[in-house]
Design a protein around this ligand. Structure first.
Ligand SMILES: Nc1ncnc2c1ncn2[C@@H]1O[C@H](COP(=O)(O)OP(=O)(O)OP(=O)(O)O)[C@@H](O)[C@H]1O
Ligand SMILES: [Mg+2]
Length: 237
């Protein structure tokens, strides 16, 4: 990250509700252009809810979410997408009746500068081999690669990735990690939800820790060595 990089995402005092249930209790965080920042935390901490709020996918949210200089806490999802944010959800959302290539071509392009299908295949060679395969026939790792690849065509520059390594074998986790590193090199801004601390520690610039709907800690990559015990405690089940 450049020292004077612009703030792409700024969240202040964010609350979120599922019906009567209060899931986020006033969180603050920010991400600069070109940064790779993680949200760590146990099951139910509020990590996915935070990403859903940014994408406008939770009906009741209060506080402030700014994308560059736009306030979007009350904005509909399509406007947030047009401002350059893209979400790769926990459930991956692959269309099982479509082929890999059809899945890649589905999301609308919102801005210039997105990757071409061939560039996505270069990033994820496994997908190139499977381009004519149906979504149902993909392994978990291939589905994850497709879910990430699909948002790269749209021209979005802020990527919200929800547990991309969950349930995947170490060799696939490594491939996903390599791809995320390449995306950072290409200047993408990435907010990554993870429970795999080793994976997160290997690629991120900074980490926020969430617990019970709050951000309870913040660790820079350079300080990770001294914070390891503390982080293990937060993440232990
Ligand atoms: N659709 C929903 N309806 C009601 N409550 C929900 C819903 N989704 C999540 N919650 C609740 O909101 C809180 C935060 O959940 P969230 O999914 O954001 O956690 P998380 O940190 O992503 O956890 P995980 O690691 O299990 O994915 C939890 O208490 C959860 O039970
Ligand atoms: Mg989650």
């Amino acid at each position: 990250m450049q020292p004077d990089a612009a703030i792409i995402l700024q969240i202040r005092g964010l609350h979120a509700f599922y019906g009567e249930s209060h899931a986020l209790h006033g969180i603050d965080l920010q991400v600069h252009e070109g940064e790779l920042v993680t949200l760590l935390g146990r099951n139910g901490a509020g990590k996915s809810t935070t990403l859903k709020c940014i994408m406008g996918a939770i009906p009741r949210r209060l506080g402030s979410i700014r994308l560059r200089d736009r306030e979007v806490v009350a904005a509909p999802s399509d406007r947030i997408a047009r401002l350059g944010a893209a979400w790769c959800p926990e459930h991956r959302g692959i269309f099982s009746s479509l082929t890999v290539e059809e899945n890649l071509l589905l999301p609308p392009v919102i801005a210039r500068g997105g990757l071409s299908v061939e560039e996505i295949y270069t990033l994820f060679p496994n997908l190139a081999e499977r381009r004519r395969s149906q979504g149902t026939r993909l392994s978990g790792g291939e589905q994850q690669m497709l879910a990430i690849g699909r948002i790269l065509r749209t021209g979005a520059r802020l990527l919200l990735l929800d547990e991309p390594t969950e349930g995947l074998a170490p060799v696939i986790v490594q491939k996903i990690g390599d791809a995320i590193r390449q995306l950072k090199t290409r200047g993408y801004t990435i907010l990554l939800v993870e429970q795999n601390f080793r994976f997160a520690a290997g690629i991120a610039d900074r980490h926020y820790v969430m617990e019970d709907g709050l951000v309870v800690d913040h660790v820079l990559a350079a300080d990770i060595g001294t914070a390891t015990d503390r982080l293990h405690e937060y993440l232990a089940v």
